[in-house]
Design a binder for this molecule. Sequence first.
Ligand code: ATP
Length: 270
Amino acid sequence: SKAKLFDEKTDTKTSFKDVAGLEGAKEEVQEIVDFLKFPEKYTALGGKIPKGALLVGPPGTGKTLLAKAVAGEAKVPFFSLSGSDFVEMFVGVGASRVRDLFKQAKEKSPSIIFIDEIDAIGRARGKNNMSGSNDERENTLNQLLTEMDGFGTNTNVIVLAATNRADVLDSALMRAGRFDRQIYVDLPDVRERKEIFEVHLRPLKKEETLDIDFLAKQTPGFSGADIANVCNEAALIAARKGKKSVNKQDFLDAVDRIIGGLEKKNKIIT
Ligand code: ATP
């Protein structure tokens, strides 16, 4: 249904303080917040405000979170859809959904459109597509390109798209006036993992002596989403044991469980 596809949240509460680490990416999207809030400042000198930016990085690193935070910081509506929603659509539906989405976003401008998993629709044309109708995917992609070319730079709708496969994207998407900026969102290093833990430990009742540096060191290769999972899992483990607070051992057990899950997932893929 239509309602499922767009997820508009006018009063998004996500802000940059919910996004830990990612200093470089945050600095880059801060500029987009500024474009949305003070467009005249840029257009007065004859500059053209960019229409789109691509957030590139591995799964669970906070691309969606960052896009929501841009909307939250700029206090503008957030319209989103996921490329994978289009895979099983009937001919003509994908393109009309894209048209509707842009229409709504323009009506509520300034606004953000977020397209998650853009590679599902934005893969290079003319290559074999294993899932769904290739024609339909191409129609959807063409409609997206048409929409981005169609709106003037004074429309003040900025399209953010996320992918972990920038290498497979149709180069037409990256042309000037479309997604001509790429922002990298990488896996966190140990210092960033500590910051992510701090964000996700906030709502937990934990032991006073819990060593967050230690947790960061125990989780190399973990994404922000994995760390959020660890924190939640640790709380559930402690609760199951009837404890009043979450301690180091609960976190270690949670880390083990998440590593187990990651290994299973990798086995299925390979
Ligand atoms: P995917 O590519 O799988 O869609 P993504 O990069 O869009 O992933 P998000 O959906 O933004 O990742 O992240 C999932 C959740 O993980 C977030 O809602 C948040 O709870 C947590 N998370 C990820 N990265 C961060 C971060 N840098 N700071 C704080 N929390 C994070």
